[in-house]
Ligand binder design. Structure first.
Ligand SMILES: [Mg+2]
Length: 230
């Protein structure tokens, strides 16, 4: 029974890269989301990164308390912002509201980036899709993320992605997100205004990657264990 189930899972995974590549159709540009599409974290819940930050550099605060502080700080910063926020915005708020942390915003940011480095791993199947797309099409990365562009590039390269000549558009740099369609608009413009129909986007979020892309007229394929073209 278990053996049969495992064979089904293996077969599904084996077809996965082919199914995604088949969805490219007539497009000549393929764009990828980053987190939970090309790379992921070694934990079921991304907030485990915050626990690691507490264990790594905040010996006087227990990880559960720090996790709550970090989540609340991000929520407050997002509420006050009109566009995307940055990790610097979040850590600045944290140290302002919690001087008992006893660290600077920069130190807190460094701990979090270091923790992200320890936690991220590549998706082997998607690495295969990326490499295949890179050989055949124009490729670019589009990410809604509070981490800076250079940090994302470093995480991806550590996980084996060759990004030479690959543009990366990040919401925290541009101040707009994929979710509204605006980051896709910026990406299309910087990619030399290909017709939106000549582009397909791969990502794991229905809201940001699929619906956001459609707002900019771009086709999207949802990256899951099965593949659905929106
Ligand atoms: Mg994602």
């Amino acid at each position: 029974m278990l053996g049969a189930l495992l064979r089904v899972v293996e077969t599904t995974l084996a077809k996965w890269p082919d199914q995604l590549m088949a969805s490219v159709g007539n497009a000549d540009t393929v764009t990828f989301d980053v987190f939970d599409t090309l790379i992921s974290r070694r934990c079921a819940n991304p907030v485990a990164v915050f626990d690691l930050v507490a264990r790594k550099g905040l010996s006087q605060i227990d990880p559960v308390t720090y996790r709550r502080m970090r989540i609340d700080a991000e929520r407050s910063v997002r509420k006050a912002a009109s566009g995307e926020v940055t990790l610097e915005d979040i850590t600045s708020r944290l140290v302002r509201e919690h001087p008992e942390l006893g660290v600077s915003a920069q130190q807190l940011m460094d701990f979090e980036i270091e923790s992200e480095r320890e936690m991220t791993v590549p998706y082997p199947e998607m690495h295969e899709v990326f490499e295949s797309a890179r050989r055949q099409y124009e490729v670019a990365l589009i990410s809604d993320m509070y981490l800076r562009r250079d940090v994302l590039l470093d995480l991806l390269e550590r996980d084996g992605y060759d990004l030479r000549g690959v543009p990366l558009f990040v919401s925290s740099d541009e101040g707009v997100t994929k979710r509204t369609g605006a980051l896709f608009g910026i990406a299309l413009e910087r990619l030399g205004n290909p017709s939106a129909r000549e582009v397909i986007h791969f990502g794991d979020s229905l809201l940001s990657d699929c619906l956001g892309a459609r707002k900019a007229g771009v086709r999207a394929a949802l990256v899951r264990r099965c593949v659905h073209v929106a």
